[in-house]
Design a protein around this ligand. Sequence first.
Ligand code: HEM
Length: 231
Amino acid sequence: MKISMSVFSTLGKKIFMGVTGLLLSGFIVIHLIGNLQLLLPDKDPFNIYAHILTQETGSIIYIAEFLLAAVFLIHFVYAIIVTWNNWQARPEGYRKVKWAKNTSRRSIGSVTMIYTGVVIMVFLVWHLLHFKFGEVVYYTPAGYDHEIRDLYVIVYQFFGNIINVILYIIVMALLGFHLSHGFWSAFQSLGLDGKRFTPFVYGLGVVFAIVMAVGFLFLPLFIFMTTGGTV
Ligand code: HEM
């Protein structure tokens, strides 16, 4: 039997989805840890961190951003191809397929993957337009002799608006559902499973999803509740 391992074979697509999914999981962990500095009353640590990352790492940041964008795109495009193939293979629709109890890991997260994924991609465009390519405010932090970007104030002003806070909370909850299935699924796609390993990774994925969703949605909520966006 010849197993095709091209990037467009079923196995190739699964491996690409798994690897890119895990890389994106790694990115959001780092992103959340960096963003936790937004909880500090002093805006310097967050702004200096963002400044060093984007302005003082030379060409490394451009390469990293290019790779990150490529990983997001590959994950998204392959997700659409895989879902399309699944729909073609099962014209009667997912909903009519019976739950396979203990042998299946079907959940709200698993059957809504493509929808939550599309919402996250739309969110990302909005997110980047606002925070990365949006309004630029400069100030000079303590101990600096030159101005840097005041991203902290941009984030705070943005989350002073209740509509933005609500939309972020909804998307972060959907991100949680996406991760709750995606994390486990990535290991499956890479062929990493076993009697004990699979339930462990599944549980770990659910914990990971909850920590990420709660961590990310806590930020806008905290900013809105504590300052109402005024800094
Ligand atoms: C409350 C939640 C979040 C906050 C406050 C936040 C904040 C930010 C800020 C301030 C930036 C701009 C960084 C800069 O230009 O130096 C940024 C960039 C970015 N964010 Fe978020 N973020 C949040 C959630 C997310 C989530 C859930 C994702 C992914 C699903 C995400 C993906 C990204 C990406 C891909 C970038 C661009 C990174 C780069 O090119 O350097 N963010 N975020």
